[in-house]
Each structure stands twice: as C-alpha cells, then as structure tokens.
Design a protein around this ligand. Structure first.
Ligand SMILES: Cc1cc2nc3c(=O)[nH]c(=O)nc-3n(C[C@H](O)[C@H](O)[C@H](O)COP(=O)(O)OP(=O)(O)OC[C@H]3O[C@@H](n4cnc5c(N)ncnc54)[C@H](O)[C@@H]3O)c2cc1C
Length: 294
C-alpha cells in the first residue's frame, strides 16, 4: 500500500512527487509515455522562471531528477481504471494493481487525433503527435503535417530542418511563419481523409483539397498538430465540467475524499508549466494533510 499515488509525470505530477516524497511518505508515480508530459514537445521555453530560455526536453529531465532525488518510485504504466473509496485502487494496462490512501490526478492534456481509421494502429509507425520528439527520425524523407496554428507552424519549421520535403496540410488558415521556407509545401484548406500503409507502417496520406478533389501524398511520417484536449478517460467516478476538466477547490481537492487534481486536467484559466508545478505542490501538501487527518 502506497501513501500517495500520482498519475501523470508532467510538471504537475513531478512537482507533486517532489513535495510528497520529500515528506518521507511512500509515493508511486505512474506515467504511460515519457517523463515531462507536454514538455518534450516544446523546443524553447522562455517563461518558466528563472530560466531565460530552456528546452522542453531538458526541463523535463530536471523535473524528473528533482522528483527522483527524494525517493519517488516511478513506473511507466498506463493507468486504465480507478476504484475510489477509503483505499484508492489504480489498475494499469500491463495488469498492475496499486493501492494508496490518497490519489493525485495529474493527467494533463493530450493531442487531439484526426479520428481517421487505423490512426491508433499507425501511432509510432509513421504517425506522430510531436515533431520535436520524433522529427529527427525522418531525416531526408518526405513527411506531412496537419494543422493551422502557430504551434503547427513551429513544428513544420522544425521538421523542415530534417525532412527532404514537408507537406503542410492547413485545414483552416495558413500560418504566416511557414510561407517562405523552401522545403515546406503548403496545401491550403486541405483535409486528410485516409492514412495509407504498407507492412504496418504509414506510406502515404489521402486528402481532400480545397475544391473537394481527393489526392494522395507519399509520406513516411505524418505529424498531427490540431490542438489538445483534457486527458480525462480515468475520471468515470469524478464529475467533469462541460469542457471535460476536473473541478477542484483552491487546495486542489476534488469532490472525492482523498482525491486531488493538479495541472492542465484541472478547470482553470491559465494552463502553463509554472501553474502546473504550483498546482502539483499544493495537491501534494493537501494530500499529506489528508493522510494526517485519517
Ligand atoms: C507545443 C506546446 C508548447 C507549450 N509552450 C509552453 C510554454 O512556452 N510555457 C508554458 O508555461 N507552457 C507551455 N505549454 C503548456 C505546458 O506544457 C502545460 O501547461 C504543462 O505541460 C501542463 O502540465 P501537466 O503536468 O498538467 O500535464 P502534462 O504536461 O500534459 O502531463 C501529463 C502527463 O500525464 C500522463 N498521463 C495521462 N494519462 C495517463 C494515464 N492514464 N496513466 C499514466 N499517465 C498518464 C501523460 O502521458 C503526461 O505525461 C505548451 C504546451 C504545448 C503542447
């Protein structure tokens, strides 16, 4: 039995882990992907004080080291089911069953998918949601990217440093930063309609162009940059707001006894690294206070 289980190793979960494990409590941190949450997908961060400029992957490692230094146990497992009560049971995809007296949900946000058939099957086999993380794997190859935001433009520019050609499908407006880059080809009002694969790997995409005609592009990689959504699949016993976020009080408490939420998964106005880290610290202190009270 753990004292506290934290789900999600982004800035909120890692900061909660640092505060909780420094108190000498037995803390388990569960992460389904890689440490840092959204951080590895950010090339440069200029608003996490006191760093004037830091890369997301570097900051992620520093967050992880700070949490580990004080004895947090980390397991890379996907939490798939919660059973809440006096004891909180967390079940994970590989069949793990972990119990704790307090729980902190720091599952953050995750990239929106395109909702195309086989998208999940091809994730990691040509389809990616993070150019900063995976772009270098496509050196000298043709890749595609879908998105119209400033973030999509940043990802396309990153890809252009590695890939031979970047085909940028912009379902909405074309972001201005990408317009004069030699190896970025822009497809205005283009919407992907199918993923093509060979031997289980992506080998191309089909898309509808602005006049509704279907065309194909031979790409080895497709990067999806169409926004984020709250990672709330675990919250079957916790009510969510209309937007899919968890409501908390100012101490990060939820309606469930001994269950706290921190970071981007929480209903709040400013979703940033500094606020996620702050939420994590508050959630951990609240969880420690709760443990003393029971
Ligand atoms: C492209 C981009 C650029 C950004 N730039 C900045 C910036 O410059 N400055 C800034 O302050 N903020 C920036 N942000 C926002 C910032 O990254 C987030 O606000 C912050 O990462 C939120 O932290 P979090 O810990 O709440 O969630 P996340 O970082 O989303 O971490 C959540 C973690 O939980 C894990 N998880 C989810 N569900 C489960 C589960 N069921 N089981 C196990 N693990 C699970 C996820 O894999 C993830 O690792 C940016 C975000 C993006 C996407």
């Amino acid at each position: 039995m753990y004292d506290i289980i934290i789900i999600g190793a982004g800035p909120a979960g890692l900061s909660a882990a640092l505060y909780a494990s420094r108190s000498g409590r037995r803390v388990l941190l569960l992460e389904r992907m890689m440490p840092g949450g959204q951080l590895p997908s950010i090339p440069v961060i200029e608003n996490y004080p006191p760093f004037p400029s830091v890369s997301g992957p570097d900051l992620a490692m520093q967050f992880l080291e700070a949490a580990m230094r004080h004895g947090t146990e980390v397991k890379y497992e996907d939490a798939v089911r919660l059973t809440l009560g006096k004891t909180k049971l967390v079940e994970t995809a590989p069949g793990g069953r972990y119990e704790a007296r307090a729980l902190i949900l720091a599952t953050g946000a995750e990239p929106k998918t395109l909702g195309l058939p086989d998208e999940e099957k091809l994730r990691g086999r040509g389809v990616s949601y993070c150019a900063t993380c995976d772009g270098a794997l496509f050196r000298d190859k043709e890749v595609g990217i879908v998105g119209s935001s400033a973030h999509a433009a940043e990802e396309a520019l990153f890809l252009a440093r590695h890939a031979s050609v970047v085909h940028m499908l912009c379902p909405l407006a074309v972001p201005k930063d990408v317009q004069n880059t030699e190896n970025i080809r822009i497809y205005e009002k283009a919407v992907p309609s199918a993923l093509l694969s060979e031997d289980g790997r992506l080998c191309g995409i089909r898309y509808k162009d602005s006049s509704g005609d279907e065309k194909e592009l031979p790409v080895a990689g497709l990067f999806v940059a169409v926004g984020m959504m709250p990672a709330n699949r675990l919250c079957t016993e916790i009510p969510l707001t209309k937007g899919g976020y968890i409501s908390t009080d100012s101490e990060m408490g939820t309606v469930a006894d001994g269950v706290f939420a921190a970071g981007d998964i929480r209903d709040k106005k400013l979703r940033q690294i500094v606020t996620a880290a702050s939420d994590g610290a508050t959630a951990a202190v609240s969880a420690l206070r709760y443990l003393k009270s029971i």
